[in-house]
Design a protein around this ligand. Sequence first.
Ligand SMILES: [Ca+2]
Length: 293
Amino acid sequence: MQMLLRRTLAEAQRQHESAPDVLALRDVLAATEQGLEIESCSCKAAVTKHTYCSAVFNRKSTTSGYYRIRPRADREPFLAFCDMSDGGGWTVLQRRSNGKENFNRKWDEYKLGFGKFQGKNDEYWLGNEHIHDLLARGENSLKIDLMDWHGERRYAIYENFQLASEEDNYRLWFGTYSGNAGDALSGGSNFEDQWSASHRGMQFTTSDKDHDQFLTGNCASENKGGWWFNRCHAVNLNGRYYKKGRYSGPHDDGLVWSTWHGTWYSLKYSAMKIRAPFFVDSESGDGENSQSR
Ligand SMILES: [Ca+2]
């Protein structure tokens, strides 16, 4: 089986087959070599075909929806939304779209994941443990899709997105930025902002587990959601969902991407999604997201 896959992969690469096909084969091969399983299910109506999730992707025949994936053979499979638009092959880690889900939650809920895994716009957090396991499989790019209350869309891509294990409190790492939303994860344009608000190298903080750099308080308590807080943030996609955009209050606790609309504007939509960098190189990243599809 592995021999056959290797041969097929080599053949595909020789013939410059489309990136998704090559990647799919590479993933399947890697999975079988590591003894891992990647399976799919027909759990909900959104899944119309029995196919692999990120492993087997075919732009023409694969449908976005919830698939059961299993990055580690010694752990149970779990549901995640596979975004087959926007170049395809994306595993969605987080989505905000309507404010129906409560994101002001504790460590264990962020660890294991929460939300609704049914409709294509349902809000959820995949879970730090699942995200860590997915990222441990190989290099990944993170793409963040954003939309404001006028329907305008922006995006940010970060290469080499990584998450440490729980022992290191899911410490965040990411590489080079590209996109049109601004490099808010790095904290903003000036040194002072970066010192206080860059999320690079930060551990995850929730209201019940404080690992931020804010010595006299807890950023997650102030900002109503778990995140890789510094002192405190330039980005908080897990903040409060305000239904108008501009908001005010004692803390800038909205769904924030500071380099686009500032910290006192709460966005209408966000999605965090990952895939192998091979895909990103072959696509320019058009800023689209799957929300209207
Ligand atoms: Ca603190």
